[in-house]
Write a protein that binds this ligand. Structure first.
Ligand code: GLV
Ligand code: GLV
Length: 333
């Protein structure tokens, strides 16, 4: 079997599918049994003792750690976003990095829609209201919200997930604006979406949904000045990465009524949340669960395992982030 003699570490209990796939190929699998992240010291031992690792987006796989890697050749990130990985260092060391694109696209787009509706229609505040026994009968002015039909959705970053978000907006009869780093997208144009600059998108959208990956260029892409461009009736949704939005500036804008509402699944300094957000009733807060469906997590686990087996079998992994690693690889595939 292709995995004979190989050892893989999984840094946290994830969907069991990863272990199943790896063990079926004869790989020895170790999983962190504790419900907590590994310490730096423990990660340091993994890079010496294992051939591959499946890690989480909350673990920083940085230069210091990668440079210690006497045995580790593959890092499979259990996420599509990989701002936690030092790609340049891994490439230079011939270490393959992989992520889990596609399999979580629907799950994340669906959660973005859940947040959009929750923020637009006071779903979370309404639930709290009923639980607190404050519902005393139908009230003509209770929890008035914003309708989505006929409104404009601005998709910031029309990659896979942004495109899936937009696709669903067609059914809700919305106008769609989008930005995309690599230029206009035929798929988005097929939904009748219009490619615009970020500032135009912010000025004209009623709902702004963030889907751009976190890179040095997108950190605080939505900063204090850009938040000022948005309509006071606008709602912002973030299921991408927290640092893309200046969270302090966002809390200020919401508190001052310069934005109507927000739906957030990600935060600038996770797991910390800007304390002012807790005090605002027009904010819906979720604990980074964009890909948290049975379907997506099982498929992510399988894809992470298959990427590792690809490497063990002498191929460039199927969803490799840094295929240029091959030039520096000791095994010389
Ligand atoms: C989740 O945030 C991911 O990047 O998969
Ligand atoms: C970004 O993570 C995307 O796949 O759109």
């Amino acid at each position: 079997m292709s995995g004979m003699g190989k050892r893989v570490a999984i840094t946290r209990r994830i969907h069991e599918r990863a272990r199943e796939v790896l063990e079926a190929a004869g790989v020895e699998v170790w999983t962190n049994p504790e419900p907590r992240p590994l310490t730096r010291e423990e990660l340091g031992r993994i890079v010496h003792n294992f051939d591959a690792m499946i890690c989480l987006l909350s673990e920083r796989i940085d230069r210091e750690l990668l440079e210690q890697a006497s045995r580790l050749r593959v890092v499979a990130n259990y996420a599509v976003g990989y701002d936690n990985l030092d790609v340049d260092t891994a490439t230079r060391l011939g270490i393959a990095l992989t992520n889990t694109p596609d399999v979580l696209t629907n799950a994340t787009a669906e959660l973005a829609w859940a947040l959009l509706f929750a923020a637009a229609r006071h779903v979370a505040a309404g639930d709290r209201f009923v639980r607190e026994k404050r519902f005393h009968g139908w009230d003509p002015l209770l929890f008035l919200g914003h309708e989505v039909a006929g409104k404009t959705l601005g998709v910031v970053g029309a990659g896979r997930i942004g495109t899936a978000m937009a696709k669903r907006a067609v059914g809700f009869e919305m106008k769609i604006l989008y930005t995309k780093r690599s230029g206009p997208s035929p798929q988005m144009e097929a939904f009748g979406a219009r490619y615009v600059g970020l500032e135009e998108l912010l000025r004209e959208s009623d709902f702004v949904s963030i889907h751009t990956p976190l890179t040095p260029d997108t950190r605080h892409l939505i900063d204090r000045e850009r938040l000022r461009l948005m309509k006071p009736s606008a709602i912002i949704i973030n299921t991408g990465r927290g640092p893309v939005v200046d969270e302090t500036a966002l809390a200020e804008a919401l508190a001052e009524g310069r934005l109507a509402a927000a739906g957030l699944d990600v935060y600038e300094n996770e797991p910390a949340v800007e304390p002012r957000l807790f005090t605002l009733p027009n904010v819906v807060l979720l604990p980074h669960i964009g890909s948290a469906t049975y379907e997506a997590r099982s498929a992510m686990a399988e894809l992470a395992a298959l990427n590792i087996l690809d490497y063990f079998e002498g191929r460039v992994p199927r969803t490799c982030i840094n295929p240029e690693y091959v030039k520096f690889s000791r095994s010389g595939i």
